[in-house]
Design a protein around this ligand. Sequence first.
Ligand SMILES: [Zn+2]
Length: 227
Amino acid sequence: MIRFFSLIFILGASYGSFLGLVVFREQRSLSILHPRSYCDFCSFPLPLRALIPILGFFLMHGKCKHCQLQIPIYSVPLELSIGSLTTVFVAQTFDLLLFFVFFLLLFLSAEDLATKSLNSMPILIVQIVLLLIHPSFSSLLLLFLAILINFFDMVPRLITRQFGVGDILLILLFLQIGSWVFTVKIIFIACCFVILLYPFIKNKFPIPFVPFLSAGFIIILLIQKSV
Ligand SMILES: [Zn+2]
C-alpha cells in the first residue's frame, strides 16, 4: 500500500511540475509540448536529473548549469502540494474517472490562471465518456446543452458577463457527474473562495473562476468521499 501511494505521490508531483510549465508557457503563448523543459533564462535544455520532481531542484543546486542563474524555487512547493493533494484525493476517493476529472480540473485551472480562457474540448470529451459509461436522458441533455453553449457562446454572455463559457461547461460536467445538490455545493464553495480572496484578486478582472470551481469539486469529494 505504501508503495502504491508513493507512486501516486510521484505521479502527482510530476504533474505539478507539468502544471508549472503550462502556466509559464501559456502566459507566453508557447507550445506546452515542444521543446522539452529548458532554462527560463538561457533556453538551454535541462538535464534529465533536473526533471525529477522536488529532488531535481536540489540535484541542480538551484542553478542552471549553463548560465549559472538561480532556478525559480516555486516548482518545489508546487510539486510537493500537488503530489500531496493527489495522494489524499486517491486515498479518499478511489475512482478512476474522478481521478481523471481531478487531473483535468488542475490542468484547466492552470490554463485559466495563465490565459483567462480554456480549451473546452477536454470537458466535452469527458461528458461523452460519462454518457457512454452511464447512459441516461439527463446526461444526453447536458451534453447537448454543453455543445450548444460551446458553439454558440453568446448564450452565457446574454445571461451574465461574469461567467465564461468554460465555467458554464464545467458546471454542466459537475451536474453530469453528480446531483444538482453536489453541483450547488461546489458553486457555493467556489463563491466563498471568491468572496474571501476578493481583495487580492479584484485587479485580475475577469476573475478566473475555474480554479475556484475545481477547488470546490476537490473539497466536496474529500469531505463526502463520493459523488
Ligand atoms: Zn540557463
